[in-house]
Design a protein around this ligand. Structure first.
Ligand SMILES: O=C1C[C@@](O)(C(=O)O)C[C@@H](O)[C@@H]1O
Length: 239
């Protein structure tokens, strides 16, 4: 699914899919933020493929305990689900709770059997490490999933630059990655990182429903990404 850039409408309400369709390539369904997520999935009949995320509370989400893996395993069996997000720390067993690793690895196996891509993700809600550390994280994440995703917090322009540099390096080294900086100082990376190889963008249908700090609205990110990638491909008018 991620050979080309995918713009995902990030939402806790699958009822938003018709509104997302004009601009998005996929829907990121934030199961941890949703009411009755499995019921929503069971009745989903939208056109856009789904990336399912059930973000752990220890990684900035609202899902507690390992029951979140059961919900994700049920979700990946759904025909509309094309990808599942699994935290790198869980896959690598670096969480204090050992049970995370076995659940995460089993979920990856279930996903692969179902032909569902795995996005191995890393989030840093405080800062942005140096470019070399970012490249290492991206290489680790890309080796654990079909895409390695890294979202860090930028508090200064140098942080955004570090993320763009790492995106370029990791992509040049052959890793499939998705990158972005959270926070105002990193906002533009959401539009620019795809120029350097980032394969996923996330945006809410309505700016007020952002699932992370600094997100553009879906229509805005679509326009920015398309304009920048068109000019990169040699069409400066963006038309
Ligand atoms: O991991 C990500 C990226 C994200 O945190 C962002 O910064 O856009 C938004 C989340 O919904 C998604 O799961």
């Amino acid at each position: 699914m991620f050979e080309e850039f995918v713009l995902a409408a990030s939402t806790a309400d699958l009822g938003e899919e018709p509104a997302a369709r004009a601009h998005a390539d996929a829907v990121e369904f934030r199961m941890d933020l949703a009411n009755s997520p499995l019921d929503q999935l069971a009745s989903y009949d939208g056109a856009l493929p789904l990336l399912v995320t059930n973000r752990a509370s220890w990684e900035g989400g609202e899902a507690d305990g390992t029951a979140r893996y059961d919900a994700l395993s049920t979700a990946v069996d759904h025909d509309a689900v094309a990808a599942v997000d699994v935290e790198l720390a869980a896959l690598r067993g670096t969480r204090p709770d050992d049970a995370e690793e076995s659940h995460a690895v089993a979920l990856r196996e279930t996903a692969r059997e179902a032909g569902v891509d795995v996005v191995a993700s890393v989030h840093d809600f405080e800062s942005t490490p140096e470019p070399a550390a970012l490249v290492d994280l991206l290489a680790d994440a890309a080796s654990e999933g079909d895409v390695g995703k890294l979202a860090t917090t930028a508090t200064a322009p140098a942080d955004a630059l570090a993320m763009l540099e790492a995106t370029h390096e990791a992509t040049a080294a052959g890793h499939r990655v998705a990158t972005m900086c959270m926070g105002e100082a990193g906002r533009h990376t959401r539009a620019v990182a795809p120029v350097y190889g980032s394969k996923i963008g996330y945006a809410p249908v309505e700016a007020a429903d952002a699932t992370a700090p600094g997100q553009y609205s879906l229509a805005t990110l679509r326009r920015l990404v398309d304009d920048l990638r068109a000019s990169e491909a040699g069409d400066p008018s963006g038309d």
